[in-house]
Design a protein around this ligand. Structure first.
Ligand SMILES: Cc1cc2nc3c(=O)[nH]c(=O)nc-3n(C[C@H](O)[C@H](O)[C@H](O)COP(=O)(O)O)c2cc1C
Length: 197
């Protein structure tokens, strides 16, 4: 059984979002200690992935047309459909998430791999995972602009992932806020999520 950790915590070990993700993974593994779970991580802070451009898009179309999904360009899409549970950790940047995560997701949206269209044109998601958890931290309140998580919820609907969960530590950059207390509250939410899985 595989937990896929999509790590978009660009600041690495210094990242508060990463701290919450580590907490999630520890609690997840503890709650499943009688099952053979392992973690597979995609570290986007170091991953060398580029947006699709004219050349790579043409190559992708050609390969898909020929049914050649064995090409390395489809590895990330194949990896995400094989995961049994998915955790995305991404700081709240510019109302959503770091661009590296969008590039990663762009590589996962592949017709014929992550979703398949029926004859009637209805997409059917191909992901094995039935749940995805999204963790973030923000400098200010997120309020009605939880655009990163909203986007990921849309993706889950398309990819066939039924349940999504969300945990955040907000307002961490507002002077005077009790950061340890906010982080502790987010960790309580993580406990609730993991307990309910
Ligand atoms: C490039 C960049 C963009 C950011 N954009 C926002 C934003 O739109 N809204 C907000 O509340 N905080 C924003 N922040 C602040 C971060 O969300 C906040 O510091 C967060 O806790 C960083 O997470 P990390 O510790 O995991 O790196 C931004 C920070 C950076 C570096």
């Amino acid at each position: 059984m595989k937990l896929l950790f999509v790590n978009a915590c660009i600041r690495g070990e210094e990242s508060r979002t990463y701290e919450l993700c580590k907490d999630y993974i520890d609690k997840f593994l503890e709650s499943k200690k009688d099952e053979p779970w392992r973690i597979e991580e995609v570290d986007l802070s170091t991953a060398d992935i580029k947006p699709l451009d004219r050349e790579t898009l043409a190559k992708r179309d050609m390969l898909l047309e020929a049914g050649r999904t064995g090409d390395a360009m489809f590895d990330l899409a194949k990896q995400i459909i094989e995961a049994d549970h998915i955790l995305i950790g991404a700081p709240y940047w510019d109302l959503s998430f770091p661009a590296k995560l969008k590039i990663y997701l762009e590589r996962c949206f592949v017709t014929g791999i992550t979703f398949i269209y029926s004859k009637e044109g209805i997409p059917h998601g191909q992901c094995k995972a039935n749940a995805l958890t999204y963790i973030t931290t923000s400098g200010s309140p997120i309020g009605n602009y939880n655009l990163g998580y909203d986007y990921v919820k849309g993706l889950c609907a398309l990819f066939g992932i039924e349940k999504t969960y969300f945990a955040a530590a907000e307002e961490l950059d507002i002077i005077g806020r009790n950061v340890p207390q906010i982080m502790a509250k987010a960790k309580d939410k993580i406990t609730d999520i993991v307990t309910g899985l």
